[in-house]
Design a protein around this ligand. Structure first.
Ligand code: NI
Length: 138
């Protein structure tokens, strides 16, 4: 029997959405405030869901403490209080730092570190109104 476990961790970071080849007007039209020149910040919530069979002794798919530690070490501590566009990290330097791109990058960075069960979903909540999820589909 397969069960799913979700762990959340938080980080704060700055970013900006901008296409170099576009005019200022076009960037503002498409990205709105997210294109502001001097960047802006979000209080992100990273939500990672894994799936697997609960261990017969512990009843756990993975120890949620270990999953939280992994998320902090590999993702949230790395990105916390950084500029997602400018500061070096595991994120590809040329990507637009949209929530959609971020969940794909975080999935690719985390997946091989999760050994005792399977990664099911990486969700990133950017605001009350916006979140994105990635399930590993190519
Ligand atoms: Ni934004």
């Amino acid at each position: 029997m397969i069960a799913y476990l979700t762990r959340k961790e938080k980080f704060c970071a700055a970013h900006r959405l901008w296409v170099k080849d576009w005019s200022e007007d076009k960037n503002m039209e498409v990205f709105g405030n997210c294109a502001n020149h001097n960047f802006h910040g979000h209080n992100y919530i990273l939500s990672v869901t894994v799936k697997g069979k609960p261990d017969p002794h512990t009843g756990m798919i993975i120890n949620a403490k270990d999953l939280g530690k992994l998320m902090r070490e590999k993702v949230t501590n790395v990105l916390d209080h950084t500029n997602l566009n400018l500061d070096p990290s595991f994120l590809s330097p040329e990507i637009q730092t949209t929530t959609e791109n971020l969940v794909i990058q975080i999935w690719n960075h985390l997946e091989h570190h999760i050994k005792v069960c399977k990664l099911h979903c990486v969700e990133l909540i950017e605001t009350d109104k916006i979140s994105a999820a990635y399930y590993g589909e190519k």
